[in-house]
Ligand binder design. Structure first.
Ligand code: CP
Ligand code: NVA
Length: 311
């Protein structure tokens, strides 16, 4: 079934229907194939995407900018501190004004509420490029990458190990919409947001997904098809770095943990940037099991799909 997503915001994967998630994954697959064969459709010719950044970025910025260019459109990088937003203009006024110039907005910021408010004020689609709470473009890319690598999603056991925040949340949401078995394994005090967990559990009822939380690392990774981790010090949490390292150190993804899955073909994923020697060892991230570069590349194809569908 083809569902129209034109004009839709992407604030959270949880807000999308199961069909919409499927459509993004299918479109990603098609656009990646066409990109690889040198065929470039330009459905967004003449369209402009504004990209507001309050935090740094390598992958999100470059992949969005290249994505819209390849689709025939144009991207504007808007550093939050270069906008009047940095001097107190409200997010609502910013959204209403920018909607008069642009055909779409992408925003990376701290407060998730700011993205909700921007989406409410803007008359063009708003795409969440990461908040402290969620990273939906990453979550959709990750689900696509699992599908690409393993050829299926239903029942695939993905174990997220580490800090239970934005990336873990969007993986729970993405897994719940696609029938996966997602286990989020964190030290006590670092578990995911209970509201996000409850939302993912509700979505799982529709798809047969399993979403679980645990502190028990060995039990969690047993039988894992995918081991996933993220930095222990997310952007904006620099002051808590020493404490996070202390709490999360036993949850490092190393060769011993990869072996503890008991499966020969377990793949390793990471949204990047990685803090090598902290959440993951060089041995694992540089191993044959690691798909992190394909995962990073897939940000481009997934975002092309999102842009083409909503803009
Ligand atoms: N994974 C990701 O979002 O990377 P950037 O912070 O470099 O955009
Ligand atoms: N959790 C990380 C993800 C970076 C892509 C952060 O928020 O910094």
């Amino acid at each position: 079934m083809v569902v129209s997503m034109k004009g839709k915001d992407l604030v959270a994967i949880h807000d999308l229907s199961v069909e919409e998630v499927r459509q993004i994954l299918k479109t990603t697959e098609i656009l990646k194939l066409r990109c690889r064969s040198g065929e470039r459709d330009q459905p967004l010719a003449g369209k402009t995407l504004g990209m507001i950044f309050s935090k740094p970025s390598t992958r999100t910025r470059v992949s969005f900018e290249v994505a819209i260019y390849q689709l025939g459109g144009y991207a504007l990088y808007l550093g939050a501190n270069d906008l009047q937003l940095g001097r107190g203009e409200t997010i609502g006024d910013t959204g209403r004004v920018l909607s008069r110039y642009l055909d779409g907005l992408m925003i990376r910021t701290f407060s998730h509420q700011d993205v909700i408010d921007l989406a409410a004020a803007a008359s063009v689609p708003v795409i969440n490029g990461l908040t402290d709470l969620l990273h939906p473009c990453q979550g959709l890319t990750d689900v696509y990458t699992v599908y690409e690598k393993l050829g299926r999603l239903e029942g695939v056991k993905l174990v997220y190990v580490g800090d239970g925040n934005n990336v873990a949340h969007s993986l729970m949401n993405g897994g719940a919409k696609t029938g996966m078995h997602v286990v989020v394994c964190t030290p006590p005090g670092n578990q995911p947001d209970p509201k996000v967990f409850e939302g993912a559990k509700r979505d799982a009822l529709e798809t047969g997904a399993r979403i679980e939380l645990t502190h028990d690392l060995r039990e969690a990774v047993s039988g894992a098809d995918v081991i996933y981790t993220d930095t222990w010090t997310s952007m904006g949490q620099e002051a808590q770095r020493e404490q996070k390292i202390k709490e999360l150190a036993p949850y490092q993804v190393n060769q011993a943990l990869m072996k503890a899955t008991g499966k020969p073909g377990t793949i390793f994923m990471h949204c990047l940037p990685a803090h090598r020697g902290e959440e993951v060892t060089d041995e694992v991230i540089d191993s044959r099991a690691s798909v992190v570069l394909d995962q990073a590349e897939n940000r481009l194809h997934t975002q092309k799909a999102i842009l083409a569908l909503v803009m």
